[in-house]
Ligand binder design. Sequence first.
Ligand SMILES: [Zn+2]
Length: 677
Amino acid sequence: MKKQLVFLMITLMAMILAVSCNNNKQKSSETRVAAFDISGIDSTQKPCSDFDSFANGNWKKHNPIPSTEGAWGSFEVLDKENREIKIKGIIAELLKQENPVKGSEAQLITGYYRSYLDTLTISKRGITPIVPLSDKILAAKSNAELIALAGELAIVNISGPFDVYVSADDRNSKMNAIFMGQDGLSMGDRNYYENKDSSMVKIRAEFVKHVDKMFSMASWDVKAPGQTILDFETKLALIQLKNFEMRDPVKIYNKIPFTELQKLAPSVNWADYYKNFGLHADTVIVQDKNYLKNLGLLIKSTPVGMLQTYFRWKLLSAYANLLPTQFNKESFHFFSTVMYGVKAQRPREERAIMSVNRRLGMPLGKLYVAKYFPESSKKKVSGMIENVRAVYSERIDKLTWMSAPTKEKAKKKLAAFTWKIGYPDTWKDYSSIDIQPDKLLENSMSIALWEHNDMVKKAGKPVDKQEWGMSPQTINAYNNPTNNEIVFPAAILQPPFFNPDADDAINYGAIIAVIGHEMTHGFDDQGAQYDGNGNLSNWWTPEDSKNFIALGKKLEVYFSSIEVTKGFKIDGKLTLGENIADLGGLTLGYYALEKSLEGKQKPEKIDGFTYQQRFFLGWAQVWRENMTNESLINQVQTNEHSPARWRINATLPLMKEFSDAFGCKGATSDSLRIVIW
Ligand SMILES: [Zn+2]
């Protein structure tokens, strides 16, 4: 899996791939609120013991999860509005152009969109577009030949047991390096292969049925493909690092000469793989040498026929959504209904919009910001970021657990933070992507090839610090540790995150706390291991480091005790960085609000709430969300973010400021206090 930027929320990617949106009656525009939506409050609930139910209880009751969704909350509502009104509108305008210039944004977007909707051609062509690759897999007569071929397959997003990519070198962040990590699990995470809970056993049985059905629909005559794939992927899963282990940047940084790969796994023909992938490597940074060693042994002991079945499955599954309807439906059934509890597939037109948005995010984003992003927002948000930075610096000065030398270094790192707001200053040239209105699958491969070339040409070159890791129409934000930067795409700068007309206290609890969250990622258990230049290098005194780890341990134990649904608890290790960032972001947001009021008359109550109370209501409003049980189970087993309900209910009681605002007493107060930043 590729190295992740640190996001604000669970990336919608898994959901976007398979899920789909809908005919739900609610008009998105009606969900907009001027400030805080008091109609969402359930005043029969007690704010001190269950703030989520108090602040959002009525909203949750009146906003059930639409049949086409696995979760429904502020992010999803905004995302739907973004797609169904803004993005759809842009595409509709473009469709009016006759004969747009080949390679222009209009031609790429409308051509891809039309090819997605041309179900007649898609149906007529059947699986023909993937047959050449399937034949190549069958023609490879040894495991060595198959792994060599995997280099070619990886270019068009057909993943194998490992993933090769180019990214900033963590120990020399100005330069790009070649990385190699574990990959190749259809269900995404090791937990889905080894957890013994009955719900997981059931999903594995469904997976076997799903693979069997896909092979049968493709008329690929293979004996028991489902069980074959599950067995092989289970073996793969059991030699992979666990998800929380992947969060340790020192552990997963192992720079080795290319020649050492051959020693680690002699049964794999690395040179041919890299040649076919189009990369020349003298050194590679591998996540885990043991994995490669064990993978070599696994491949050696796997019959070639089994490995062929594995790669054919990866091919079929990767392109299922672009094949005829029966493949889309079956893929939706497993990857959305079984895994996320989503009941109904979105209409094809909506899926077409989502697919354009996902595959051509940047060309579309260029048009999106021209139409929907007011330049004034940039200035407003940059001002907010600087306020949070100033408050952070003051708080570092006051920390009791950190010594003066480490404080100096922390402040140096804080001062070196950079930010990006809205959209990239320069746009890449996408004109070489070949898009034809009747060739959906080839279009997708052409985009993949462009992305691949864009990536491999960076190897060994200086990092382009201006590059964006997210399209501007994405409702999310991220921290990139090797750039020491925080990034806020245009689409998150809207209500309920940022509302220029709203009461300040609500904005501080929403967008300002979100900014604080991203900034704190630079000082969470991962981020704190990078210095101000974005290099993985320890700037802590041993004593301060010990104190910081001990505070994190307290938070880990606390979150690990929370059961979110029967049999499933939050993984305190996996979510530590996000939980530190939520606690830090809220604290910074709160004190930034207090600072903004210094020397001024304190704001009046609004709707019966003090400004301090409104701050916490602003946070709760951002994280209001209903989830299916399947999505909830998926999140706690695979994702670094605690479920939304617990980003409210677990985090707020840790803060004295929250208890004071609502007059909470007793068990929820002093014994729980954890202050890190
Ligand atoms: Zn985060």
